[in-house]
Write a protein that binds this ligand. Structure first.
Ligand code: MN3
Length: 243
C-alpha cells in the first residue's frame, strides 16, 4: 500500500465507523435486494407484539434479516429461470424435481424458508387461548384434544435434532396431522398444506431462551392467533390456502 492510499483508507475510517455505530447491527438495512418475483411480507404487527414471550429484537432480526435473506437468495437463484420464477411459492415447492439440479438445493432451502416464515408471522401476534368451533372439533377428532396436541407438538419440536420446524398439517377434507421437518423443509414439498407451525431454529429463540428450547416452545402458545389459524383452516377446506 502506498502512503497516499494508506492515508485515503485511514481518512475514510471515521466516517465508516460512524455509520456502522449509529444504529444497532440488527437494525441496519440489508444489502440491496435484487428485484424479483418474491418479496418479504410485512410483519402484520409491531415487533413487540409478542412480548414478553418473544422479544422485539428477536422478531426484528428474524423477520428483517433471516426471512429477508431467504427471499433474496431465492430471487437470486430464480433470476435466469423465468418459468419457475412465475410459479406461486407452494407450487414451486411441490415441483422441486422439475427445478434444475444446479439450483435445486438453493431453491429448496430458500423457497422453503420463505414459505415457512410467511406462514409463521400471521399465526402469531395473538393472545393464545384455544381454538374454537370447527377447528376445535378437528383438534379433538384428529389430535386428541388441545392439551394432547400441545404436549405432542412441544415434544416433537424439542426432539427435532438441530434446526427445523414442527407443523400441524391440514388436508382438503379438514383432517389434521402433527409432523416435523428438518432445516427449511416443509410439508408443501409433499403437496400438503400447513395449518400452523413453529420455528425451532435457534435464531427463533436464542436471545431470550438461549438453549432452553422447551421453554420457548411452551411460551409460544401464548402468542398464537387462533382467529388467523381458523381462517387458514377454512381456506384449506376451500382449496384456497397457499403457503
Ligand atoms: Mn426462522
Amino acid at each position: 500500500m502506498t502512503p497516499s492510499s494508506r492515508r485515503a483508507v485511514l481518512a475514510g475510517l471515521p466516517a465508516l465507523a460512524a455509520i456502522a455505530l449509529s444504529r444497532p447491527a440488527w437494525a441496519q438495512a440489508p444489502a440491496a435486494a435484487p428485484s424479483g418475483p418474491h418479496s418479504l411480507p410485512p410483519l402484520p404487527y409491531a415487533p413487540s407484539a409478542n412480548e414478553p414471550h418473544i422479544d422485539a429484537q428477536t422478531m426484528e432480526i428474524h423477520h428483517g434479516r433471516h426471512h429477508q435473506a431467504y427471499v433474496t437468495a431465492l430471487n437470486n437463484a430464480l433470476k435466469d429461470h423465468g418459468q419457475l420464477a412465475a410459479l406461486p411459492l407452494h407450487e414451486l415447492l411441490a415441483k422441486l424435481d422439475e427445478v434444475p439440479e444446479s439450483i435445486r438445493t438453493t431453491v429448496r432451502n430458500n423457497a422453503g424458508g420463505h414459505a415457512n416464515h410467511s406462514m409463521f408471522w400471521p399465526v402469531m401476534g395473538g393472545r393464545g387461548g384455544m381454538p374454537s368451533g370447527e377447528l376445535a372439533e378437528a383438534v379433538n377428532r384428529d389430535l386428541g384434544g388441545f392439551d394432547r396436541m400441545k404436549t405432542e407438538f412441544n415434544a416433537a419440536g424439542a426432539g427435532r435434532f438441530g434446526s427445523g420446524w414442527v407443523f400441524v398439517t391440514v388436508a382438503r377434507d379438514g383432517k389434521l396431522a402433527l409432523t416435523t421437518r428438518p432445516n427449511q423443509d416443509t410439508p408443501l414439498m409433499d403437496g400438503q398444506r400447513v395449518l400452523f407451525g413453529n420455528d425451532v431454529w435457534e435464531h427463533a429463540y436464542y436471545l431470550k431462551y438461549q438453549n432452553r428450547r422447551p421453554e420457548y416452545l411452551n411460551a409460544w402458545w401464548n402468542v398464537v392467533n387462533w382467529d388467523r389459524v381458523a381462517e387458514r383452516y377454512a381456506a384449506a377446506k376451500a382449496g384456497t390456502l397457499g403457503v
